[in-house]
Write a protein that binds this ligand. Structure first.
Ligand code: ADP
Ligand code: F6P
Length: 330
């Protein structure tokens, strides 16, 4: 068995899209590490900051007044150089130069792929799932999803008010990259008439047109269609639907407002727990792990296995979303 390496300094970075709750995770990592006698360093702007040596010492006070704040105090970036072998070697050299022998990466699958490469080159790495998209297979929870769906849900309620007043159809596009979780959850929470998600969409617009015409006949004053970003094209879809139904149709793209704002209680608590767990794992001598939440428990998974897992949409949840809409037919 490989000899256990004693961790003296832990670095933490956030990478990819920011997510509400990332600050709670950073705070937990820093304070847990310090409490356990480790020196803590913050790496600014994700892998970019690691390659450019934007690395700072972190004290317990540096993370005061951050748990309630959206975004990430460390900053984040998408860094093309980190995808190259030269970039990965430089990242390892910079870790060594700054005495970082354990690295905690808060981000999505892309960020974990970076951590996997660094771990292969000898830096002990642990990943924490941070993305509003919920698209990480080894975990039922990712930092930021809860806040983002609540933000989107409130915005959709508002669009619905005006949509009803004008007796319009509204297509509301939510984020999620190639995954439909935000759309599916909002579809259920907002009682949408139709939910379009990449995992299920068959590009049959005639079904939508028929649905709208039928619900008008029944006297419905609004028709909310939640469209996932992975399908997109909401504006042109709205024009086609208006032409085919005669019902005034508007498209609203919620965009980056879904990624901001103060994190919910759940995001603060889960992110804090995952932050502590990541430090504990490193100090137990674990490496190349990803923290996750499954079946009511916080767990950790091998990073290679985690990245190889496939996440599908819940068929049952999709079916109930449709069955709760009045237009649903078997
Ligand atoms: P997320 O982490 O949310 O999935 P990205 O896919 O944009 O977001 O990845 C974030 C960053 O992780 C990228 O900008 C890049 O620096 C790094 N990264 C992504 N994929 C790889 C890879 N295959 N190898 C090394 N680094 C990667
Ligand atoms: O991964 C989070 C996310 O907000 C996705 O939902 C979206 O596709 C993407 O990031 C947007 O990225 P950017 O901020 O680079 O426009």
């Amino acid at each position: 068995m490989a000899e256990k390496k004693e961790i003296k300094t832990i670095g933490v970075l956030t990478s990819g899209g920011d997510a509400p709750g990332m600050n709670a995770a950073i705070r937990a990592v820093v304070r847990r590490g310090l409490a356990r006698g480790v020196k803590m360093k913050g790496i600014l702007k994700g892998y970019d900051g690691l390659l450019n040596e934007e690395i700072i010492d972190m004290s317990a006070k540096d993370v005061s007044d951050t748990i309630e704040r959206g975004g990430t105090i460390l900053g984040t970036a998408r860094c093309a150089e980190m995808r190259t072998e030269e970039g990965q070697k430089k990242a390892v050299e910079n870790c060594r130069k700054h005495g970082i022998d354990g690295l905690i990466v808060i981000g999505g699958d892309g960020s974990f792929a970076g951590a996997q490469k660094l771990a292969n080159l000898g830096i002990n790495c642990i990943g924490i799932p941070g993305t509003i998209d919920l698209d990480i297979a080894c975990t039922e929870y990712t930092i930021g999803f809860d806040t983002a769906v609540n933000t989107a849900m409130e915005a959709i309620d508002k669009v619905r008010d005006t949509s009803t007043s004008h007796e319009r159809c509204s297509i509301i596009e939510v984020m999620g990259r190639n995954a439909g979780y935000i759309a599916l959850w909002c579809g259920i929470a907002n009682g949408a008439e139709d939910i379009l998600i990449p995992e299920k969409y068959d590009y049959d617009e005639q079904k939508l047109v028929d649905n709208i015409i039928e619900s008008r006949k029944r006297g419905k004053k609004h028709h909310i269609i939640i469209n996932a970003e992975g399908i997109g094209h909401s504006a042109s879809m709205a024009r086609r639907i208006e032409a085919a139904t005669g019902v005034e149709t508007r498209a609203t793209i919620l965009g980056h407002m879904q990624r901001g704002g103060s994190p919910t209680c759940k995001d603060r608590v889960y992110a804090s727990t995952m932050g502590c767990l990541a430090v504990d794992l490193l100090l137990e001598g674990k490496n190349k792990r990803v923290v996750g939440y499954q079946n009511g428990e916080f767990q950790d998974f091998d990073i290679n296995e985690a990245l190889a897992m496939h996440k599908g949409i819940s068929e049952y949840q999709y079916e109930i979303a449709r069955s709760l809409s009045q237009n649903y037919k078997k």
